[in-house]
Ligand binder design. Structure first.
Ligand SMILES: [Zn+2]
Length: 965
């Protein structure tokens, strides 16, 4: 769901760009959310609190009702009222296109939310209670009489959409809830209002990515309605008392600390606290920082940008996009309003992850230079690899930390940048940049094969990339370099690789330092084409649309044959893009009854079905224990972070926090430095067989076979810190660092290292295709790769090229020993010596920079020239002889005007020939009246000369005075 608001930036940045007159458009900070600008949003929350103080929930009566058992939770039903999105007398204008656009983004968000949140359904109509607010409105919206009496059918939450147009204000939208619905089993917002500022949020009409960005902005606003609001915390629901939280308890959730010089509020509600502590790896945290900058519009009702950049609930849009993550889920859980908030439709986040208390507190002012932050002016790829940019601290929410801000004309996902008109001409013809939804930024200086190497810049490029499903391997490819790929495996992270095409090295590309991070931030095909939202690289299409990019109209599902069908054929399952596939993505499971990929229960990150809570992997805060996900492991087990499972404590322990730290010992065991040692065993055995020195488990050492303890493991085994044993490496692997990462293969048995796994390739392949062991990728020592086969000598027309690959000879060669010259020629070709090198030419050969040649077998007698060259007689030159200028219209050297020695075009002389003088760009035999020639044969106004003398006189006078005094 990486989305952004880039086009909004482009619009505002145009001015900035014109002022700067640079070749890069620098993406400044984006428009903000003005959640609390509107004092009414705060006032409404205070009124609600007052109302429920006067009308408390009868908890005794409720206790009975609640014990009757909960209803089944179901997807939330959000109903919408767009009737106020029309021009009102005296109000701002709005076009039909704008109305339809706002309705479309809002509809996509509502469809998303029905997959995100489950609630106990409202069993009656949803009625607006005007007594809950002071003036009976929903933050200025006056609900209709029907809404206040009959109510809305099939509605758990009803949203009013309104708009204004304030072009000077820097905000996009704001939103809040205005009513709370109270029943015996829940309390939650049931009416809300979203305001769009159409001066800033409007459709450019063609840009798919902007639509996706505006969807994220709208989702951000609706999340404010769901309770993400500083003002609303007093009205969060305390399930255990069945009451509103109240002001005192809400205040207790907050601590204020001075962080990076700013008073910062820290939210410590239970899920937010646990998430922050675990995410940063800092157990002493009091919670998560709220935004500490930006005035009443953004302060405290958003996450602090500096430490969790790009989270959807930070205060403004970003070029690199916004991600809905478990931080916002934690807060939504803590509101108490929502029964199930599903993490399986959110995106991963990496910013500051595991970086400790120091990152949380000091961030860019730490003595550690975190990769999240940049130095001022540093040119680099952005953190997620979305684009090329520059270190800047211009973000108003970034606590003056420098981060890489992406130039919007170097945003890799924007296809329009492929032909960005203000780029230097050499940029497009020289570089191998590819801009598309599946491009990312790499450290790279790869040129296109036709490059003239004129473009030299910061060695950053956008290239196509593709990830394996397990996100351990990434392949880079180039539209301008056919059949050429760079494969980056786990062990290649951060290493440079040569890009070689037909024997020529075209540059180097560096594998990303964190492949998983780049692979976890995939854009959807065509950004879901106005009809859906992108989640983890797959579209969630709105009802009525389907296809990998939601571009096909279909009420049902798209079969594998591409046909719209009512339900998916047997053995295939409807994915979130309404396409029938044999598999379901992580976070969903194949449900044979419905033929759908269904979402796993909110507690599981992976599940098998047939029930949605048969978990095989767990969410961020929970651990797998006997097929279910728990936040606290049962007695005798400990929570293992690496495997995210509850693991058994070592023998002899009754409780433990890890395999090496027992917190209680069984009878017959004694506690020695956090381990429990059987009194009948000899150290270092913690437990032993009937023989005292034959270990079953070890005291803080790894258990080897047979039954001995050591600090290291033998070859072919790795240190398994989960159960403190030496565990065998996978088959074919001689050395490994864990069960998935092999570093050395058993080559004597035919295993070869491919990425981080060992595969059997057929000799003489050294590495081979994962699907075909006979299809070589590289060869054993001394052999050359030709068409996926390994040969001792390359075929005719090829030579033994670099990296042991057969590279084609240049055109016309029969045999060659390198990529520049020929030993013998093919028929119809004859040898020709060019620049001291023997090559082969045919009758129509013509060498660059000639574009066309005159005559036959005359490859250097030019008739016309390549771009940026000019025809001088029969040669193509970058600069014409004296007395000529490069005429851009016909690419010929054209004579300068009479008596002119050098000129830039037919009417602009810059130097005159002997005895002539330059006046007003032309050459004259004598300077006109009022001017005289200087030493360079240029006519200079004599008035100016006098003035010059006068200045000289004044200066001398001043000097004289200084000397005198
Ligand atoms: Zn906001």
């Amino acid at each position: 769901m990486s989305c952004l608001n880039k086009n909004i930036f482009i619009r505002t940045l145009l001015l900035f760009f014109l002022l700067q007159a640079k070749k890069h458009v620098f993406a400044q900070e984006g428009y903000t959310c003005s959640h609390d600008y509107d004092d009414l949003i705060y006032e409404t929350q205070n009124n609600l609190n007052e109302y429920f103080k006067q009308n408390p929930i009868n908890s005794q009566e409720d206790e009975q009702n609640r014990n009757l058992g909960g209803q089944t939770i179901q997807p939330i039903r959000i109903t919408t009222d767009f009737t106020r999105l029309t021009a009102q007398p005296g109000g701002p204008a709005i076009t039909t296109d704008q109305i339809n656009y706002l309705i479309s983004v809002s509809t996509t968000v509502v469809n998303f939310l029905s997959n995100f949140i489950k609630v106990k359904p409202n069993t009656s109509n949803n009625i607006f209670n005007n007594k809950q607010t002071n003036d009976g409105t929903c933050i200025t919206v006056i609900p209709s009489q029907d809404d206040q009496t009959i109510g809305i059918t099939n509605s758990d939450l009803h949203l009013y959409f309104i708009f204004n147009s304030e072009s000077k204000a820097g905000y996009l939208a704001n939103a809040g809830f205005c009513n709370l619905q109270q029943t015996s089993t829940y309390l939650r917002p049931n009416f809300g209002r979203v305001l769009f500022n159409i001066a800033n949020m409007k459709n450019s009409g063609t840009n798919l990515e902007q639509y996706q960005n505006d969807v994220m902005v709208t989702l951000h606003e609706v999340i404010h309605v769901l309770g993400f609001s500083y003002g609303a915390m007093q009205n969060w629901y305390n399930k255990s008392t069945n009451q509103l939280l109240g002001q005192t308890a809400a205040n207790n959730l907050i601590t204020t600390q001075k962080i990076r010089g700013l008073d910062t509020k820290i939210l410590g509600s239970p899920n937010v606290l646990a998430t922050a502590q675990k995410y940063y790896g800092c157990p002493t945290l009091k919670g998560m920082q709220l935004e500490n900058q930006g005035g009443s519009g953004s302060v405290n009702s958003h996450w602090e940008r500096t430490i969790i950049r790009s989270e959807i609930m930070t205060a403004s849009a970003l070029t690199e996009g916004l991600n809905l993550t478990f931080f916002t889920i934690a807060l939504l859980k803590d509101t108490g309003y929502w029964d199930d908030v599903n993490e399986n439709v959110t995106d991963p986040i990496y910013w500051g992850r595991g970086k400790g208390c120091d990152f949380f507190e000091k961030a860019c002012s730490s003595s550690t230079q975190y990769e999240e932050f940049a130095t001022p002016g540093q040119l680099a790829c952005s953190f997620w690899g979305d684009g090329q940019g520059k270190g800047s601290n211009s973000d108003s929410y970034g606590d003056t930390c420098n981060v890489i801000q992406i130039y919007s004309n170097r945003l890799c996902s924007d296809i329009a940048n492929q032909n960005y008109q203000n780029d230097p001409a050499s940029f497009n013809s020289d570089t191998s940049n590819d801009f598309s939804y599946n491009s990312k930024c790499f450290v790279s200086n790869v040129y296109s094969p036709s490059s003239q190497y004129k473009y030299t810049d910061e060695n950053l490029r956008c290239h196509f990339y593709q990830c394996t499903p397990d996100k351990t391997q990434l392949t880079i490819s180039f539209s301008q370099i056919p059949n050429t790929q760079i494969v980056c495996g786990y062990s290649d992270q951060g290493t440079q690789k040569d890009v070689v095409y037909q024997g020529n090295k075209l540059g180097q590309v560096t594998c990303p330092s964190n492949i998983a991070r780049m692979c976890d931030d995939q854009q959807c095909v065509n950004f879901c084409t106005y009809n859906g939202i992108c989640i983890r690289g797959q579209c969630l299409c709105n009802p009525g649309f389907g296809g990998v990019d939601c571009s096909q109209q279909c009420q049902g599902f798209i079969s594998q044959a591409g046909i719209c069908v009512d339900s998916c054929p047997n053995g295939t399952f409807g994915n979130s893009d309404n396409v029938c596939r044999q598999t379901c993505p992580n976070g969903t499971y194949p449900d044979s009854n419905s033929g759908l990929c269904k979402l796993c229960d909110f507690s599981c990150s992976q599940c098998t079905g047939p029930s949605n809570n048969q978990c095989t992997a767990c969410q961020f805060l929970s651990y797998l224990s006997n097929g279910t996900c728990v936040t606290t492991c049962p007695n005798g087990l400990f929570a293992d972070e690496a495997s995210k499972t509850c693991n058994k404590c070592p023998d002899g322990c009754t409780s433990c926090t890890s395999y090496t730290t027992c917190t209680g010992c069984k009878a017959g065991y004694s506690s020695t430095s956090n381990t429990c040692v059987s009194s009948s065993c000899t150290s270092p055995c913690a437990t032993c067989t009937s023989t005292a020195a034959s270990c079953l488990s070890c005291v803080q050492l790894y258990l080897q076979q047979p039954n001995k303890c050591d600090s290291s493991c033998p070859s072919g085994y790795f240190k398994n810190s989960v159960n403190m044993t030496c565990t065998a490496c996978p088959t074919g692997c001689k050395n490994c660092s864990d069960a998935k990462t092999c570093t050395l293969c058993d080559t004597s048995s035919g295993y070869r290292l491919f990425g981080s796994t060992c595969t059997i390739c057929t000799s003489p392949c050294a590495t081979c295709s994962l699907t075909d062991p006979k299809s070589c990728l590289t060869c054993e020592n001394g052999l050359y790769l030709q068409n996926s086969q390994c040969v001792a000598t390359c075929q005719k027309g090829y030579f033994n090229g670099p990296n042991y690959t057969c590279s084609p000879c240049i055109q016309g060669c029969d045999q060659c020993s390198n990529g520049n010259s020929c030993t013998t020629c093919n028929s119809n070709y004859k040898t020709y010596t060019y620049k001291n090198v023997q090559v082969c030419i045919n009758s129509s050969s013509c060498f660059s920079p000639c574009s066309t040649c005159s005559g036959t077998f005359q490859p250097t007698t030019c008739a016309s020239c390549n771009k940026n060259f000019y025809l001088q007689d029969t040669s193509c030159v970058p600069q014409c002889n004296q007395g000529y200028y490069g005429n851009k219209t016909n690419q010929k050297c054209t004579q300068c005007p009479t008596n002119c020695l050098t000129c830039s075009d037919s009417s602009t002389c810059t130097q005159c020939s002997n005895k002539y003088f330059l006046s007003q760009k032309i050459c004259v035999s004598a300077c006109p009246q009022g001017s005289s020639a200087n030493n360079n044969q240029v006519c200079i106004s004599t008035d100016l000369k006098t003035f010059g003398n006068l200045q000289y006189f004044t200066l001398t006078l001043i000097l004289l005075l200084i000397i005198l005094f």
